[in-house]
Write a protein that binds this ligand. Structure first.
Ligand SMILES: *Cc1c(COP(=O)(O)O)cnc(C)c1O
Length: 399
C-alpha cells in the first residue's frame, strides 16, 4: 500500500494484500506452518536476531497470513503493530501480564467484560497484583484512585452489558501523567468507529471473534500497540506461547473486507430496534449511546464516528423470570447465546447488578442485551412484538 491517506472503507479492501507475491492471487494464501527450514547453520542459529516484524522463523511467531492481518489492523487502528492471538480474552490477559509484577496495582472499569474481571480477581490476585474497579463515569476523577504502584488503567467503552461511555481522553491523561499504561478494550468500535490511540490508548484490544470475523465461526484476539509498548507486549505474548490459527486468521482477513458495510447495517438496524424499544410500555430505558438523551451520548458523539449493533434494554418491573424466559425463549430470529458481532441477531438476559463492585446497578426490571444482526429490521421488530405479547401474558398469569 502507498502512504496515501485513504478512507477506512478503501483501506479495508486493500490492506494486507500483496498479489504480486502470490502469483497474482487477490488474497494471501493460508500458510499452515510450524517448522520453517533454513539454508545454513548460521542462519538457523541467528534466527532470533530475525524476530523483527515480517520475518518467518517459526509458526508460533507468524506467517505471511498472520502478518497480513496484523498489518491491516495496525494500520486501521493507527497503532504501530498488532499481534493476533487465539481469542479476545487472550488478547486481554496477555498484555496485562506483560506489564504487571507482584506488588503492582491496576485500575479496571466496573463495566468491564466479566471474564476480564475474573482474570483480575483470580489469577492476578494470586500473583500479588491488586485490582481496584472504578466507576466508568469517573473521568478525570480517576486521579483520586491512582497510587504510586498503579501500573495500568483498563478501559472498556461503551461498557459490557450497560454501555456507559467513558471520558477516555480524561482518564488517559491522568494515567499517563502518573506513568501508568492505558489499555482499552475496543471490541464494540471494531477498529472503525473510534481512533483508540487518539483517545489516549497505549494498547487497543479487540475480540476479533466479534465484528472482524463477523460470522460466528472463529475465535480471534487482536492486540494493537503504540511503538513504546510493542516490543514488550510482543515478547510477553511469545513467552506465553500465544498465536492464532491460520484458518481463523484467514477468516478474519475475509471478514475485514466487508467490515464497514456490515457495521453500517448493524448500526442502522440496532438504532431502529432501539428507537422502537424506547417507545414500548414494557421498557424502562434503552442503553444505547447513539440515542439522543442517553447519558453517554455527548461523549459518544465526541469520540466515536458510529455505533455497532450491540446495545441494552432495561425492562420495567414487574418482570418475573418466567416472563423474561417467555420473551427470550420464544424468539424466532434472535438466538440465545454468548458472543455477538455475527450476521445473526441475539438476545440474552444480563445481570450487571451481580457483577458490579464499585457502583450499583439499580434497574427496576431485568436488563437484556441485544445484538442487531443483518436481518431485515421489520422482521426483527415483528419478532420483538410477539415476544412482548408472550411477556405480558406471562406477567398476567403470574400476577
Ligand atoms: C467477547 C468479548 C471479549 C472476549 O472475546 P473472545 O474472543 O470471546 O475471548 C472481550 N471483550 C469484549 C468486550 C467482548 O465482548
Amino acid at each position: 500500500m502507498t502512504k496515501r491517506d485513504y478512507k477506512a472503507d478503501t483501506l479495508l479492501g486493500h490492506l494486507g494484500r500483496d498479489p504480486k507475491a502470490f502469483h497474482g492471487a487477490v488474497n494471501p494464501p493460508v500458510y499452515h506452518a510450524s517448522t520453517i527450514l533454513f539454508d545454513s547453520l548460521d542462519a538457523y542459529e541467528d534466527r532470533h536476531r530475525y524476530l523483527e516484524k515480517g520475518k518467518v522463523v517459526y509458526g508460533l511467531l507468524g506467517t505471511p497470513t498472520t502478518f497480513a492481518l496484523e498489518e491491516a489492523v495496525a494500520r486501521l487502528e493507527g497503532g504501530s503493530g498488532c499481534i493476533a492471538v487465539s481469542s479476545g480474552l487472550a488478547a486481554i490477559t496477555g498484555p496485562i501480564l506483560a506489564l504487571v509484577e507482584s506488588g503492582d496495582h491496576i485500575l479496571v472499569s466496573d463495566s468491564v467484560y466479566q471474564p476480564t474481571r475474573r482474570f483480575c480477581d483470580h489469577m492476578l490476585r494470586r500473583l500479588g497484583v491488586e485490582t481496584t474497579y472504578y466507576d466508568p463515569l469517573i473521568g478525570a476523577g480517576i486521579a483520586a484512585l491512582m497510587r504510586q504502584n498503579t501500573r495500568l488503567v483498563f478501559l472498556e467503552s461503551p461498557g459490557s452489558l450497560t454501555f456507559e461511555v467513558q471520558d477516555a481522553p480524561a482518564i488517559a491523561a491522568v494515567a499517563k501523567a502518573a506513568g501508568a499504561a492505558v489499555l482499552m478494550d475496543t471490541t464494540w468500535p471494531a477498529s472503525l468507529l473510534c481512533r483508540p490511540f487518539e483517545l489516549g490508548a497505549d494498547i487497543s484490544i479487540q475480540a476479533g471473534t466479534k465484528y472482524i470475523v463477523g460470522h460466528s465461526d472463529a475465535m480471534l484476539g487482536l492486540i494493537t500497540t503504540n511503538e513504546a509498548f510493542e516490543q514488550k507486549v510482543r515478547l510477553a505474548l511469545q513467552e506465553l506461547g500465544q498465536c492464532a490459527a491460520p484458518d481463523d486468521v484467514y477468516l478474519a482477513l475475509r471478514g475485514l473486507r466487508t467490515l464497514s458495510v456490515r457495521l453500517a447495517r448493524h448500526q442502522e438496524t440496532g438504532l431502529a430496534l432501539a428507537r422502537w424499544l424506547a417507545e414500548r410500555p414494557e421498557v424502562e430505558r434503552v442503553l444505547h449511546p447513539a440515542l439522543p438523551g442517553d447519558p453517554g451520548h455527548d461523549l459518544w458523539r465526541r469520540d466515536f464516528s458510529g455505533a455497532s449493533g450491540l446495545f441494552g434494554v432495561v425492562l420495567r418491573a414487574p418482570c418475573s423470570r418466567a416472563a423474561v424466559a417467555a420473551l427470550i425463549e420464544g424468539m424466532e430470529l434472535f438466538g440465545l447465546g454468548s458472543s455477538w458481532g455475527g450476521f445473526e441477531s441475539l438476545m440474552i438476559a444480563a445481570y450487571p447488578e451481580r457483577i458490579r463492585s464499585a457502583t450499583t446497578w439499580d434497574a427496576p426490571g431485568r436488563t437484556l442485551r441485544i445484538h442487531a444482526g443483518l436481518e431485515h429490521p421489520a422482521d426483527l421488530i415483528a419478532d420483538l412484538e410477539a415476544g412482548f405479547e408472550r411477556f405480558n401474558r406471562a406477567v398476567r398469569e403470574n400476577a
